[in-house]
Design a protein around this ligand. Structure first.
Ligand code: FES
Length: 173
């Protein structure tokens, strides 16, 4: 692949990648930021994304996958526009995280790792997201919501549904 003429990514992101790999003494140090930016733009780490990132850094696709599978925020399958991550580690669990997680499943009509039919939401259970002092906590894309209770779940979802509609990103609203 000639990366100057053929890339999966937007010109802006391709330029960002070019700058990133030059920034680090070791190109592979750019791997995680590149994967996060690629996921933000494409939605998930498809085979083609993995292949291009590997080529840009000069490592194998297997090396990319070996690193990426350690990180729960990186996905190899498409997620919803808003990916709801519910922390169920100890602090959150002790303060009702499983009740919150169940309420999300009920409200969305999907199970763990599911995606809603309109593609707006996906849901997953994750390890500590670093908000233990405000447990139970969740992360929706890059937003944090903390000190949650099941009764707050419908309002949170309604907020994101409204945003998705405003952006015209609901397939069957
Ligand atoms: S245990 Fe849930 S944020 Fe740390």
């Amino acid at each position: 692949m000639n990366l100057e003429t053929m890339t999966l990514f937007s010109p802006q992101l391709a330029a960002r990648f070019d700058a990133l790999v030059k920034k680090y003494p070791l190109k592979r140090s750019a791997l995680i930021p590149m994967l996060l930016y690629a996921q933000d733009e494409i939605g998930y780490l498809s085979d083609a994304v993995v292949a291009e990132v590997a080529e840009r850094i000069g490592i194998t696709e297997l090396e990319v996958r070996n690193v990426a599978t350690y990180y729960s925020m990186l996905r190899f399958k498409p997620a919803g526009k808003y990916n709801v991550q519910v922390c169920t580690n100890i602090s959150c669990m002790l303060r009702g995280a499983y009740d919150v997680y169940e309420r999300f499943q009920e409200e969305l009509g999907i199970g763990p790792k599911g995606v809603t039919a309109d593609g707006v939401f996906s849901l997953e259970e994750v390890e500590c997201i670093g908000a233990c002092c405000w447990a139970p906590a969740i992360q929706v894309n890059y937003d944090f919501h903390d000190e949650l209770k099941p009764e707050l779940v419908p309002g949170i979802l309604a907020g994101y549904r409204g945003k998705a509609k405003a952006e015209g990103k609901v397939a069957h609203a």
